[in-house]
Design a protein around this ligand. Structure first.
Ligand code: UGA
Length: 455
């Protein structure tokens, strides 16, 4: 099929590359010329494992352009995957979505086109996008578009850092459309994923236990709500284990064991019960805020979702409290941060706990050193206000001469450091394991005073 993707961020580019890999003819459009130039040269503008490899495999089915006029005519499916950054009062800013919908209306031809909302958009956006496309078409052509397009919602559940795996081997595909004909187009598009009939790329083997992928075919509003409700549930699962972690610390329990003991109940599940600093990233914070804001528009409160947000904010404060409890005074101390990205395997710093923690430490007069395997350049570029943070080339350099080190992002390479000489290189060998990812007894043996966020 002929597919166009508007927006080449994590969601748009991953979707485009995967669909091209499956044999569809895909055009990716983005107004940022530097991004398009990079993509044409085979480079990916952000860190996402294997994305450049799959792009190379699918190159013959991919085109890149800055021009809607080149991307939209003839497309059978157009995915809107533009950014919806946080706006005011918890609602997302929809200016890019609006521009995309208008652009589609202006450039659409007689081909029957399914316009798909792939970005996380407020409930009701399907209708709004439809109206914008129709108005723009009418303005340009002086007549109504009749049946030449329909709107669908196809929420995305990929995680940064495992975006390709999540896209090729998803837990489910959700399609929201008000007419059967619209949904049919998307079943055809996703058929190789639903039936798992494609030959997996060598670097992304199919999970052995994976069978056919379940399809949820529903109306527009339900598909839109599924996205928010899923993210909010994952967010509150994390906040729940962090709240239990607080109590666990008081009563002397081991939160990792508690999480395992809870999670092995199949009704609960073990995933997203990793206690620690809490969630960051561009999704959970924004989507929980949007859910609360949408509910408020209907006169509803969402106390559970709101509490999950409050608990998450408190976890970051707890890093500072723990350091204060140990060191008493932060002024003049040197604190090392291991990891800046909001999670491992990405260079994304949006809502990253490390940014908040660095800011709080600097406000209290501490000196901050930091390392991240892939996010250092982005950090220097996107956070000039934190220019006082000393960026180090290695974790060893961060740790040397520190009064305490905080593990903020659980990159696998931080687990395997040579701890004994590192403990000796510190002023006071204090390790605050913000992700409960390190081997406590190994660190203690190496001479560290080990602190966990929930122990
Ligand atoms: C999240 C969802 O998991 C995806 O399904 C969704 O598609 C995406 O948002 C989105 O809406 O675009 P993402 O934000 O990329 O994906 O990353 P996650 O793996 O969900 O992690 C989010 C945060 O939660 C990270 O900061 C991570 O460190 C934290 N986390 C995760 C925990 O603190 N504990 C856990 O047990 C799991």
């Amino acid at each position: 099929m002929n597919v166009t993707i508007l927006g080449t961020g994590y969601v748009g580019l991953t979707t485009g590359v995967c669909l091209a890999f499956l044999g569809h003819k895909v055009t990716c459009a983005d107004p940022v010329a530097e991004k398009i130039a990079m993509l044409e040269g085979g480079a990916v503008p952000f860190h996402e494992p294997f994305l450049a490899d799959l792009l190379a495999e699918a190159r013959c089915n991919l085109k890149f352009t800055t021009e809607y006029a080149h991307a939209i005519p003839g497309a059978q499916v157009i995915f809107i995957a533009v950014g919806t950054p946080p706006g005011q009062n918890g609602s997302p800013d929809l200016k890019y979505l609006q521009a995309a919908a208008r652009g589609i209306g202006e450039h659409m031809d007689a081909t029957f086109t399914v316009v798909v909302n792939k970005s996380t958009v407020p409930i009701g956006s399907g209708n709004w996008v439809g109206a914008l496309v129709r108005d723009a078409f009418e303005k340009r052509n002086g007549r109504k578009p009749h049946t030449s397009f329909a709107v669908a919602s196809n929420p995305e559940f990929l995680r940064e850092g495992s975006a390709l795996h999540d896209s090729l081997y998803p837990d489910r595909v959700v399609i929201g459309a008000d007419e059967e004909q619209t949904a049919e187009v998307l079943y055809t598009l996703y058929r190789p994923i639903l039936d798992q009939t494609f030959q997996p790329p060598p670097f992304l083997p199919r999970p052995e236990e994976l069978g056919a992928v379940p399809l949820i075919s529903t109306d527009l509003a339900s598909a839109e709500l599924i996205k928010y409700a899923a993210n909010a549930f994952l967010a509150l699962k994390i906040s729940y284990i962090n709240e239990i972690g607080l109590l666990s610390e008081k009563v002397g329990a081991d939160i990792a064991q508690v999480a395992k003991g809870i999670g092995l109940d199949a009704r609960i599940g073990t995933r997203f019960l990793q206690a620690g600093i809490g969630w960051g990233g561009s999704c959970f914070g924004k989507d929980t805020a949007a859910l609360v804001a949408t509910a408020a528009e209907y006169g509803l409160e969402m106390p559970i979702v709101q509490s999950a947000r409050d608990v998450n904010r408190r976890q970051r404060e707890r890093v500072i409290e723990k350091l204060l409890g140990e060191l008493r005074i932060l002024k003049g101390r040197t604190i090392g941060l291991l990891g800046l990205a909001f999670k491992p395997h990405t260079d994304d710093l949006r809502e990253a706990p490390a940014i908040d923690i660095a800011r709080k430490l600097i406000e209290r007069g501490a000196r901050v050193k930091a390392h991240d395997p892939v996010a250092m350049d982005r950090f220097r570029r996107d956070h000039p206000e934190l220019c006082d943070v000393a960026c180090c080339d290695s974790p060893e350099q961060v740790i040397r001469d520190c009064d305490a080190v905080v593990l903020v992002t659980e990159w696998p390479q931080y687990r395997e450091l040579d701890w004994e000489p590192l403990a000796k290189s510190m002023r006071t060998a204090v390790m605050l394991d913000g992700r409960l990812a390190l081997d406590r007894s190994r660190l203690s043996r190496a001479g560290f005073r080990y602190l966990g966020l929930a122990c």
